[in-house]
Design a protein around this ligand. Structure first.
Ligand code: 3HC
Length: 284
């Protein structure tokens, strides 16, 4: 069965970015948010991003209008009923994700529909177990900013079916034009398992007073060719998400290199860092 109707749950940075990628590929998209104001905000995020693409001459007016005609947003999760693929992109909280997958299991009608999670680190096996169809559950991990970063990690649980994995991978590669890599179901998959300790080390370096955040970032941009420094990247990802990823990795592997730095934990828990407040290391 082809994938023509996609649902995205969560219209934040990642959800809106994934929606933009899909509508630009000619796919019908419904984005769910928890209330109408957030649903409208998700739409305006996509509109702004497409507006920037038009200004830069990367997209013409017709292309923008065609793409936007494929986008609906709203707060009714039942609108997921006719979707061929649903990509969950809500906050990195296992309880919230599992409750949502239970709902999607009840709502999404087609037995060949794929239920995907854009989780950064939570094992797909555990998310899939919240449904009665874990064989249809897979990880589709996009990277921030989704319209720019070419990668999608496809993560299979031990019970994801070959058909689910193949159709999710081929949708990402052939329809969305993304580069696909395959990972087995371990916390952090491929990229975050390598990226997270690097960012954590940078936060520890800053926390210890060894170097300023500006010098740490400038060091990696100018000395190692990274497009942005690790602390700027942690701000872009969202420090609340970074903490959640570190906690998942530490829970799974119990290795000190994944342990969340106290500064990150304390400041996120105090609401001083994180996407909700829009504050990052460079807010201070
Ligand atoms: N949406 C759409 N397009 C965007 C964008 C966004 N949010 N941000 C930037 N762009 C586009 C710009 O329009 C520009 O396009 P153009 O070259 O065609 O004009 C292009 O990206 C470059 O943008 P800028 O010139 O404004 O800025 P930079 O050259 O500094 O690039 C960046 C910005 C693409 C974010 C670059 O700094 C970068 O690649 N940073 C690293 C990002 C990264 O590592 N992401 C992965 C994070 S890990 C993750 O997501 C996993 C999760 O589970 C934690």
């Amino acid at each position: 069965m082809g994938i023509e109707r996609v649902g995205i749950v969560g219209g934040g940075q990642m959800g809106a970015g994934i929606a933009e990628v899909c509508i630009k590929a000619g796919v019908d998209v419904f984005v769910h948010e928890i209330n109408d104001d957030l649903a409208a905000a998700a739409r305006s995020r996509v509109e702004k991003s497409l507006g920037r693409a038009v200004e830069k001459g990367k997209l013409d007016e017709t292309g923008r209008n065609e793409a936007l005609s494929l986008l609906r947003t709203g707060s009714d999760l039942d609108a997921m009923a006719d979707r061929d693929l649903v990509v969950e992109a809500v906050i990195e909280d296992e309880g919230i994700k599992k409750a949502l997958f239970e709902d999607l299991d009840r709502i999404v009608e087609s037995t060949s529909a794929i239920l995907a999670s854009n989780t950064s680190s939570i094992p797909i096996t555990r998310i899939g177990q919240a449904t009665s169809r874990p064989e249809a559950v897979v990880g589709m991990h996009f990277f921030n900013p989704a319209p720019v970063m070419p990668l999608v990690e496809i993560v299979r649980s031990p019970v994801s079916s070959d058909d689910t994995v193949e159709r999710a991978a081929s949708f990402a590669a052939d329809r969305l034009g993304k580069t696909v890599v395959h990972a087995k179901d371990r916390a952090g998959f491929i990229v975050n398992m390598l990226l997270c300790p690097y960012i954590i080390d940078a936060i520890r370096m800053y926390e210890s007073g060894f170097a300023t955040k500006e010098d740490i970032d400038a060091g990696m941009v100018n000395g190692a060719g990274y497009p942005m420094g690790p602390l700027t990247l942690s701000d872009l990802i969202g420090n609340d998400t970074m903490l959640a990823v570190a906690e998942s990795l530490f829970e799974e592997f119990r290795e000190a290199r994944y342990a969340p730095p106290p500064l990150l934990k304390r400041m996120v828990e105090a609401g001083l860092l994180g996407r909700k407040t829009g504050q990052g290391f460079y807010s201070y």
